[in-house]
Design a protein around this ligand. Structure first.
Ligand SMILES: [Zn+2]
Length: 387
């Protein structure tokens, strides 16, 4: 922790550097940091936005729309007549992903952050859990552990381990409303916190209470515009309520868990998967621009985005994901944080596991997660340098 209190001011640092005690502690900090578990020194990040996009494959994240998958799911119709083809198709993967996620690839990855998980470029992010479906995936991300024998279904049972969100609340001594989770899938309420009521949570078709009359109207509307799935509401409501909350409550930690991308995939609607991912990208833009527009959060917000599992990798099994389906273990991880200078796709690095995301996120916020949770995966040691 001592390492985090050193001043960032250049002249003061030079002055202090001339003192032997400083030099000794400085050296010790560097030694412990090289072991991979020390917090980022003097992290400027004060706010955290964690986003998950349920079951989004690397294929679409890195390559945009896949033509063979669209053809296979089009029931013989000419793909050229389809809106998604006209909007998202291009001849190169770089152009296609830019068409699909213009904010993510055109702004966020160019100017602010980077992404891991493009396997063709030697970058692997994978699940430690063997189940390869949602609850185990989210639990691994949020607690830093795969607990395969305990977490083995998507049923609404309370997370047996404390989460990163609860850790941040405790470390920063926040009130419950300062750590907020908004999710489209109702089971997320059970996953995001071990202690019910520890943090603010609004998940699935759930009433959202706001001072804003439009939000109160939308909160009612969510029950009258049901999605095709009993346990998942439309992402539009999840995002809109989250934005209202951010504007009125300024939480230090926001977790936004969008879900439609997975559900449309299970239904075999590749066109809707693409539309949902494109829509998610627009949500990210609004969220990011809001945080950058305020003096309090501009340049002090850390953004972390990932997914809970992959899916089958060919045009005939992309709808599914399970313990036996190869490629559904592969995910991706994107980070945009003050102080991290790498941009775009990371390539050729040691494999990363989803169990490392909790400790990595904590490290980016200047905290040591593994110290409190010794069984959790360690933070990724090479985010700011070539491994
Ligand atoms: Zn699924």
């Amino acid at each position: 922790m001592l390492c985090g209190v050193f001043p960032q001011d250049h002249y003061l640092t030079q002055y202090l550097r001339s003192h032997a005690l400083f030099a000794l502690i400085f050296m010790l900090c560097h030694v412990s940091r090289s072991l991979g578990e020390d917090p980022v020194s003097g992290s400027r990040a004060k706010y955290l936005i964690l986003v998950t996009l349920d079951g989004v494959r690397g294929d679409e994240m890195f390559g945009g729309m896949d033509l063979e998958t669209l053809k296979a799911s089009s029931e013989g119709k000419d793909v050229r007549d389809q809106e998604v083809y006209q909007r998202f198709w291009a001849s190169t993967p770089e152009e296609r992903r830019l068409n699909l996620m213009p904010f993510f690839w055109g702004t966020l990855m160019k100017q602010h952050g980077f992404i891991l998980g493009h396997r063709q470029k030697g970058s692997i992010v994978q699940l430690r859990n063997r189940h390869r479906f949602s609850y185990p995936g989210y639990a691994e991300i949020l607690t830093g552990r795969a607990r395969d024998r305990i977490i083995k279904s998507n049923e609404k049972v309370r997370n047996p381990s404390p989460t990163l969100l609860e850790f941040l609340k405790s470390e920063w001594q926040l009130k419950f409303q300062e750590v907020a989770a908004f999710a489209s899938w109702e089971t997320m309420d059970f996953i995001v916190q071990q202690q019910k009521g520890a943090i603010y949570s609004n998940a699935g078709h759930q009433t959202y209470i706001s001072r804003d009359p439009v939000m109160r109207w939308l909160s009612k509307a969510q029950f009258q515009t049901r999605s095709p799935w009993d346990s998942v509401r439309h992402d539009y409501y999840t995002f809109t309520f989250a934005m209202d909350y951010v504007q009125h409550r300024s939480p230090r930690v926001l977790y936004l868990a969008l879900g439609e991308t997975d559900d449309w995939a299970h239904d075999g609607r590749y066109d809707r998967v693409l539309q949902a991912l494109h829509q998610s990208d627009q949500y990210l833009r609004v969220l990011w621009e809001y945080y950058q527009s305020r003096a309090e959060t501009k340049g002090r917000t850390c953004f972390v985005m990932t997914t809970d599992h992959g899916r089958g990798g060919n045009p005939y099994n992309w709808m599914h994901h399970n313990d036996k389906l190869e490629e559904s273990q592969y995910t991706w991880l994107s980070v945009a944080c003050p102080g991290l200078t790498r941009r775009g796709e990371l390539m050729e690095h040691p494999p990363v596991f989803a169990e490392q995301i909790a400790a990595t996120t904590a490290m980016l916020m200047g905290l040591n997660y593994v110290e409190k949770h010794p069984n959790a995966g360690k933070s990724i040691p090479f985010l700011n340098s070539v491994p």
